[in-house]
Design a protein. Sequence first.
Length: 461
Amino acid sequence: MSSSDSSNNTNNDSIINIGKDDESSVKKRVSPVYQYFTFNDELSRWYCDYCAKDFGDNTSNLWRHIKRIHSEILGESEKTNSNNNEKPTQHGFRKKLLQWVVRDDQPFITIECQEFKNMVKYLWPSVNVPSANTLRRDLSANFEQVKDKVRLELQETPGLLSFTVDAWTSKNQLPFLGISVHWINKKWELQSLTLDFCLLSGQHSGENLAQQFLKVLEDFNIETKLLAIGCDNASNMDVMLNKISSSLRSKNISFNPNNQRVRCFAHIINLAAKKAVENLYISDLNDDDNLDIGETTNELMSVIYKLRKLVVRIRASPQRRERFQQQCVAIELPELELLPDIKTRWNSTEIMIERALKLRQALHNFTSADRDLKHYLFSDNEWKLIEEIHLLMQYFKICSDYITGQLYPTLAFTIPAYNYLLDKIEDIIDNNNIRIEIKNAATAAKKKLKNIILLLVDIYI
């Protein structure tokens, strides 16, 4: 989904985001700003606990984000510090206990552990530690309180509301629908909030999606404040929007499914990128993880599969991971983890390649010194091929990251992003130093991109 929860407009003691810090990474960092972020070890990124925006390890950027977007958090923190001498209360303890359980993703039963109770009573002998059932009821009550605040905020905001809708299937094949709302508050600040993340009963049919969306509008009493809906270009979304339109029309509420629909440009980029991946034969390699390197006759397939297997083998062994980190330190490269790609995400292959290129010298030294990995040693020609694949795929990722920003409106960037991507693809096609296989992939992506845009032009004109 393109948006995530934001607690800018409600009491931060009530809205609680789940997240658990990576202790091995956090303990080395002493800046107080890290208390507001969670570290993702796999991606080497810091994620804001309040809106899920990601950052590199730069405290200036982290502080700037907190002060600009979540300034009220600092206010609460300062207020808490000034009241440190206040006498604790049973009510306050239960509130803090609930925050800890939710934010740290702890099971409710944890608070019934005798050792936990002993620790708490050591600090406050007279405290009454609630049962798991009591805390569960506290959470339900807290949820309803926050929901009421959000409902009031949305109803009283002076402008209209925009929504993003995304259907998603989990690894265990459970279908979910995410519905986010976006608006400008009275302080002229851009706000975003996930209103619902519901388990769908049945398939991702347009009728089913429309029913869930209308239910949310009715629940928050914001049917008359609907400005636009952003969604992907799948056919079920066409059906969903038509159903929403007809339902609202029966209540004398106007909604035009063509003019008030915002098609997800990131989804269009994704389709074009997938077409490039198909022509690079990268996706074919995902069908057989047990394939030997020598069995891949296509050069493009061979080099990507070889890199993937090398990354997996290094990551699978704690000893190899440690030695690889030592190699990075020895040649003064950043201590970064190698990142594997994921079968269903083209951008993960680009991320894997980008990280490998950054750690190229360490990979060369490591595979040269490890007898079991010497057949994964890349030649200069293979690295050149990887660089050319990266040259093409990086532009899709750049546009995708830019157009899915959460802290700024992105609709106005759609045409510039489209022109930028098209120009970069054409540069590759016209570059005589790029091998024909890469050019063919670029040509296929360009054709896909232009066909989709032309189709949308026909719809709106």
